[in-house]
Write a protein of this length. Sequence first.
Length: 347
Amino acid sequence: IFAFADRTHPSLCSLAGSVASAGGRLNVVGLNYGAGTGAVPKDAFSKVAEALAQQGQELKSADQRTAATLDCSTIEECSASKGLATAKVRKFFSVRPHLHHFKDDDILLFIDGFDVLLETPTLFHLRKTFERVQQHIGPVMSVPTGPVIFSGEANCWPFPHPWTEPPFMSGDYRPGYIYQYGDGRLKLRGDQVCEYWRQRFGHPQRVTGVGGRNQSEMLPLFLPFLNSGVYIGRVGSVRRLLDFAAETLSRFGDFADQALVTSVALHASALARPWIPLQVDHTGEIFASLHGLDLGQLARRLRGPTACNFFGKVTWGFYGAAAGSGQSRWNLHEQHENRLDRPPPLV
């Protein structure tokens, strides 16, 4: 289990405690990065600087959150501080130098260091759930170790989109840049990415309403968009994914990790290679990004208690919301009699 953090924070201790309660040990990467670029491929720096310069020349909108990592508007300015320019994508590549320590068939879990908790009784439960979900959603044509599974989330970030109702919040990321995915025949502007993703990669049972809000009553949790901060996969698949991400970064220069991984998925699908590098956990079988969700409403739909309170400020913990009478409602299709989804002691 790896977590990225470029500075110390009390949340790391809480995360480490939740991992320990499941019988694991947390490995933290990035604390020694400082102003450096970490494991970001050096041949991609010029493309990242070019993308940042283009972003700096875009008109700013008051109703959009900024996605830029550096305030610059020329390639020379954006190249001056490679550490700041790659501050977000270096997280995604941070585990790459450590993969040689593991076998291809080993399972690797990567998580953000500051806003994630592991809530599973044991790592055995996590492994069994991963294997079942990977088998269920994995494509027929893939590497032997299967696709890497990413967390989903309710909002499309950081690309611009027109949806305004919660949980949606638009970013300002490269709205006019034209991505040429695959062999170049799939062309999308940055402000078209979210709609394209929703139409082709969202869960097929969704029913969308005004403002882009999901109004499906068939799914208790619907997380159609990719969240790059949490993923799980076998090391052989993670290695191939990161190699392809390095290739994608050098081509498009995406300086935000979530935009980069979205481009990886779209670029790979357009190339029609005989493997799919990643899939998204749309229905929260393994992961649940709770940003922007009404946790009380979610608990009612799951017929469980409200999520536990984290430090008395922010509510986290999907297992806290999902666990009711001791019988898991985490997976609606298949019940496991011996599985008790209790929140870890620290929660």
